[in-house]
Design a protein around this ligand. Structure first.
Ligand SMILES: [Zn+2]
Length: 615
């Protein structure tokens, strides 16, 4: 284990004070037996704080689960009358000894990554390393070396996360971190370890998938389709993104003071109908999600949660409904983009008493997105606005088949300290889940942003689940060797569309290969409205046609594999530039990033020889 100066933080006289658990005045161990568990319970009492001792005791249970032979460690705030235990980092990180091929940590950051201990790059750890953020899509981690491996599952994931560091060249340090809930440790926290013999990352994924099943998180798309039948139409779909109005307020970070025309970009609903017709000509398909941004009163990221009426300048209710009907006639899913967390202060129904209050009593806010000044709607107050808006749209018989509730699935769990609507992090997820459930109860197929795994039982598809990157800069390198830990766990539960453009070090061709190997359907941009047709009409550029060609391949593969689990994702060389994904139905997809080639085997109507990525 890694030696550390402190693994406990106490809030003493208003100051966060680091303390070592080992420095406790008294340590008392007794045997602990409970059902399946057998081990010891150690009480640590009194910690040195200046010239006195903090009146705090923690209990730590270390036991073996006799049913599964797995070690379990529980940290309990046994005595904390002043609620001063702020954070615990325990158990301490294990040292992963050795370097070179096959020695790496396994981290569920974004889609997931293998991080060699001596990886030369720097890795940014997102925010404070809380579960269910970009840092940790799923609450577990692992380490592998030739001959053996382990993984840890954070069984109390709310207010939990991972402490992580990786300087360039290593070593990597990663272990559990328990955050306060409403000011203090508040309740027992538990991590479960599993020890393996000689395995690769596939074994760790299989273990977590089994765990996810035991806690009811493995709700499949087939099951979801029994509740909302149009979920079936996601198999082999393509997501096309369109927009109505991008309007930028003067106090937004994005405002162009020198070029006012850039602050107001409108595409009417009528123009979008012509764009839909053009898309159908360029890209004939039976299955498509038409995701519409900026359709509300003042466009994209403005005036939330007051979307209605739909943008008057673009055609209002009448134009909005006609666009939805045009999409619906093609059998495509008309999908609105909404957000019930960014809370704009100039929204007509804005009331500050509904906003989230931070621990220090302030109302956090910013003026960054297009709509300018905002606070955050406390999730406990979101459902009322969701019901109000969706009921009105449905009452007007708009064929709304799907919707996208922005942010909810990826933004960190939040606390609220407003006395009218206090909220723990766990309750913030419950409140978001209530919004999700309500929307699906109206027969609407549901998506949200990036798919952290608490949201798996509630959402049918997500916006995207990106390949793991080391940071958020435009030229970011990959996070070690990216692997699809998330899709290996949940491919049959959530559809994860992939954009096909360049992203950091991932080129357009690589983006296609990752999408193919991760089992993703494509995202394309809905084209500009049709200007003219027939002889003399503008010809699609070569780049655009390659883009749609690649999209079609992904959609065709997804049509046959989209609801199947991924059985394995194997690296065929140390660098991960050659890989193969095997689906449970027998199909396999091999990719060679160096040669820019792929081979699809075992699918009907698809050539099973090596193909060059279309360009
Ligand atoms: Zn609240």
């Amino acid at each position: 284990m890694v030696e550390t100066s402190h693994d406990l933080t106490l809030a003493l006289n208003g100051h966060e004070t680091p303390v070592a658990l080992a420095s406790a005045d008294q340590k008392q161990a007794t045997l602990y037996e409970a059902g399946e568990l057998s081990g010891v319970r150690v009480v640590l009492r009194g910690f040195p704080a200046g010239n006195r001792s903090a009146d705090v005791s923690l209990a730590i249970i270390v036991a073996i689960d006799g049913v599964s032979d797995e070690p379990v460690v529980r940290v309990i705030p046994a005595h904390d009358p002043q609620r001063v235990i702020r954070e615990v980092r325990y158990p301490r990180p294990f040292v992963l000894e050795g370097r070179g091929p096959g020695v790496h940590h396994v981290l569920p950051s974004m889609q997931g990554a293998l991080l060699p201990t001596d990886w030369p790059g720097k890795i940014d750890w997102w925010w404070i390393g809380l579960n269910w953020t970009r840092a940790i899509y799923m609450p577990w981690w692992g380490a592998i070396r030739p001959g053996d491996a382990y993984m840890g599952i954070l069984e109390t994931p709310f207010d939990g996360g991972l402490h992580f560091s990786h300087p360039p060249g290593g070593p990597t340090e990663v272990g559990p971190k328990w955050h306060p809930s409403m000011g203090s440790l508040s309740y027992p926290r538990q991590v479960r370890y599993h020890l393996f013999g000689s395995v690769d990352h596939n074994a760790l994924v299989a273990k977590y998938r089994e765990y996810a099943r035991t806690i009811g998180r493995l709700k499949t798309l087939e099951t979801k389709a029994t509740e909302v039948p149009e979920v079936k139409l996601l198999q082999g779909t393509t997501v096309a993104t369109g927009y109505t109005l991008y309007h930028i307020q003067p106090d937004s970070h994005y405002y162009h003071p020198d070029d006012p025309a850039k602050n107001h970009n409108l595409r009417t609903f009528e123009e979008s109908i012509r764009g839909v017709e053009r898309l159908r000509e360029i890209y004939p398909t039976e299955r498509l999600v038409y995701h519409l941004d900026g359709w509300g009163t003042r466009g994209y990221d403005n005036l939330h949660p007051d979307y209605l009426p739909p943008c008057e300048e673009a055609g209002g209710w009448d134009g909005f409904k006609k666009l939805a009907e045009a999409v619906d006639r093609l059998g495509w899913l008309f999908t609105t983009h909404d957000n019930y967390i960014d809370y704009y202060v100039d929204a007509p129904t804005y009331r500050e008493y509904l906003a989230r209050v931070a621990e220090d009593g302030s109302v956090p806010g910013k003026a960054w997105w297009y709509g300018g000044a905002q606070t955050f709607l406390c999730e406990r107050n979101a459902l009322g606005f969701v019901r109000r808006n969706f009921e009105e749209i449905l009452r007007r018989r708009v064929p709304l088949r799907a919707t996208y509730l922005d942010v909810f699935s990826i933004i960190e769990m939040l606390e609220c300290y407003h006395p009218d609507h206090p909220m723990t992090r766990e309750q913030s997820l419950q409140a978001r889940a209530e919004c999700f459930e309500w929307v699906r109860s109206r027969g609407i197929v549901l998506s949200s942003e990036e798919p952290t795994d608490w949201s798996v039982p509630y959402i049918d598809f997500c916006y995207w689940a990106p390949v793991a990157m080391a940071d958020e800069s435009p030229d970011a390198p990959t996070f070690g060797i990216p692997v699809p830990l998330f899709n290996q766990t949940y491919h049959d539960c959530v559809v994860t569309p992939a954009p096909l453009g360049k992203s950091g070090a991932v080129s357009e061709k690589d983006a296609f290969l990752y999408a193919l190997l991760y089992g993703c359907p494509p995202i394309v941009a809905a084209p500009e409205p049709k200007v003219q047709s027939g002889p003399g009409a503008p010809v699609e550029s070569a780049a655009r046609s390659a883009h749609f060609h690649r999209a079609k391949i992904l959609a065709d593969v997804h049509r046959q594999t989209g609801f199947e689990p991924i059985e394995a994702h194997d690296l065929l060389n140390t660098e991960g530039t050659a890989r193969v994904t095997r689906f449970t139905g027998g199909a396999s997809i091999e990719g060679d990033f160096t040669a820019g080639k792929y081979r699809i085997v075992g699918l009907k109507g698809i050539d099973d020889t090596w193909q060059v990525v279309p360009d």
